[in-house]
Design a protein around this ligand. Sequence first.
Ligand SMILES: Nc1ncnc2c1ncn2[C@@H]1O[C@H](COP(=O)(O)OP(=O)(O)OP(=O)(O)O)[C@@H](O)[C@H]1O
Ligand SMILES: [Mg+2]
Length: 237
Amino acid sequence: MNCLRFWHTIGNIDIYQYSSMIECVSISKQVGNGSQKAYLLQNIDLKIGQGEFVSIMGPSGSGRCTLLHILGLLADAANGSFCHQVEEAQNIFEKKKNEVHRNIIAFVFQAYHLLEGLTISENIETPLLYKKMVGSERRSVVADILDKFIMVAKKDLFPHQLSGGQQQLVGIARALSINPKVIFADEPTGNLHSEQAEEIMRLFKKLNERDGATIVQVTHSEYNVSFGQGIIKLKDG
Ligand SMILES: Nc1ncnc2c1ncn2[C@@H]1O[C@H](COP(=O)(O)OP(=O)(O)OP(=O)(O)O)[C@@H](O)[C@H]1O
Ligand SMILES: [Mg+2]
């Protein structure tokens, strides 16, 4: 069961009126059974307020990806009677999960997950298709993003024709194309050189401060952390 609450503060269930505050109560995630059972996460409590920019830190393998996927509604937490009190909110939310991913939550993957059969331009366009944006508007959003990320010259190439860092930039560009209210980013600058990393962090900070986007990043970098306001430290799940 997923233990997230997305409150809607305005009093009806219109998806655009969900607040982006996230609260986890004692979430755990395990794999295997019996003697093979291992906890990837154990009893995590956390609150992330709307408009916060927080960083999840911890050693490699400490469960940072796992936690981010749960927070981003890409994976469920294991179980938990501890979530009982949010069941009702959860039910409302489940129905709207796809819509939330189309319109509100963006995810930047550690391994990029670009669609190999599509060009760079088409990769960036994909979330807009799901969002049912009309063709002319889509093309204009994609053109703007390609421009902003200095990717115009690469627009008709396929992901495998780009360097790792360039693919990472496309992953970020694609995530931001929907103008998300909540951004989950897993090592978003892991493959970028320091100047590009700084630019991306400045962009995140601007989205956070100017547009009020809630941002949760997983990072090893103290420098990246300095752009946000809070740190969640994970140690061995
Ligand atoms: N489905 C699974 N089955 C078994 N073990 C898993 C599974 N998914 C993750 N793990 C293990 O759980 C631990 C945490 O994985 P996770 O990807 O969350 O780490 P991370 O903190 O993001 O690490 P990194 O910095 O290397 O990205 C790792 O030891 C990983 O091998
Ligand atoms: Mg990871």
